[in-house]
Design a binder for this molecule. Structure first.
Ligand code: ADP
Ligand code: MG
Length: 342
């Protein structure tokens, strides 16, 4: 056996295995990039559940012509420079892997025009060495990433794709989550040329409740109470549904940590424990919660898709969430029974 350096395309395809599981993972990475670029308006055009096409246009800061090649290269990012930066992550991305990985398992075109640049340019990579080509393009301020034929060259992955409907429902879920985390950003989601979701920018409280109702249902928006609790560096806000109105399925359990949607055992345990003694049989906690803490107290570099985090002060985080939700629920239950007693 001789040891050989892998061609860049192959190395990127292997890396893609970690972050690009299905079309919705591509959508998540691209939307996060647009948000990191300060976009306030995103339009997503999806075809055939994303396996034919995923195109995302944003009005963010764009990428200058000289950096398009870098944007498509692995381990190239504008978001961190040092290990120290990794300790205080303020952006959603930082691995510098998404565009290179996705580009190695699809036909990807990156088109961008920063406001300070006169013309728009487009770039794409091809071949074993992922050689980048650049051409002039027409595009307003911002960026479009246009991806066609996801997994066309990795048949093993392509085989795992489910029906168009299932893949699209995963994409829809990703957009709903992100829309819940960024009320100030407008989202438009189209599938096969039809408008599926339209979330206009929601700056006022009324607009936010409208978005909440669109995503979690009218019942949720009516029944949920707000929570707003602070303790030192910790801040918990969001909406809690009173125990007796909680749902039978756990489909509305959204927990965001510093703006990132999480599926974290510690957090779900704390919420479940807080609800436990009030919850009628076969109901599950129903909530949309946002937990903010200083970025240096949480490690997001645990999982490539960043679904999990590690808290430095695990116990304190758990107890803060548990006790504050318990207190909020106690009040809800008390007001509810005093109302029904009238
Ligand atoms: P990461 O997000 O981890 O930095 P990516 O591969 O997702 O890595 O993106 C590489 C770089 O390309 C980003 O750091 C950013 O500078 C640039 N970029 C990607 N998408 C956009 C976008 N929509 N708008 C502006 N810049 C972008
Ligand atoms: Mg990224």
């Amino acid at each position: 056996m001789t040891i050989q350096q892998l061609p860049i395309e192959l190395a990127n395809q292997i890396a893609a295995g970690e972050v690009v599981e299905r079309p919705s993972s591509v959508v998540k990475e691209l939307v996060e990039n647009a948000l990191d670029a300060g976009a306030t308006q995103l339009v997503l055009d999806i075809e055939q559940g994303g396996s034919k096409r995923i195109r995302i246009r944003d009005n963010g800061s764009g990428i200058v012509k000289q950096e398009l090649t870098l944007a498509l290269s692995r381990h190239a990012t504008s978001k961190i420079k040092s290990l120290d930066d990794l300790e205080h992550i303020g952006s959603l991305g930082f691995r510098g892997e998404a565009l290179a990985s996705i580009s190695s398992v699809s036909r990807l075109r990156l088109i961008s025009k920063p406001p300070e640049q006169e013309e728009a340019w487009q770039a794409w990579a091809e071949g074993r060495d992922m050689q980048v080509n650049i051409e002039p393009a027409a595009h307003p301020d911002g960026t479009t990433v246009d991806i066609q034929d996801l997994f066309f060259n990795t048949p093993a992955r392509r085989k795992f794709l489910r029906t168009e409907k299932t893949e699209f429902s995963h994409i829809d879920e990703v957009i709903k989550r992100i829309a819940l985390s960024r009320f100030e950003v407008g989202f438009q989601l189209n599938h096969n040329g039809k408008s599926v979701r339209m979330f206009p920018q929601a700056l006022s409280e009324k607009q936010q409740l409208q978005r909440l109702a669109k995503i979690c249902g009218g019942g949720f928006a009516e029944q949920a109470s707000t929570i707003d609790a602070v303790d030192g560096d910790f801040h918990l806000t969001g909406w809690l549904v009173p125990p007796e109105h909680c749902r039978h399925q756990g489909d509305i359990q959204y927990f965001f940590v510093n703006g990132r949607m999480m599926r974290d055992k510690l957090l779900s345990h704390a919420v479940r424990q807080a609800y436990e003694k009030y919850l009628p049989n076969e109901r599950v906690p129903t909530f949309v919660l946002y937990f903010e803490l200083p970025s240096e107290q949480v490690d997001v570099n645990v999982h490539p898709a960043k679904h999990e985090v590690r808290f430095h002060r695990q116990r304190q985080v758990h107890d803060f969430i548990l006790t504050r939700i318990e207190q909020a629920l106690m009040q809800l239950v008390a007001t509810d029974s005093s109302q029904s007693a009238v």
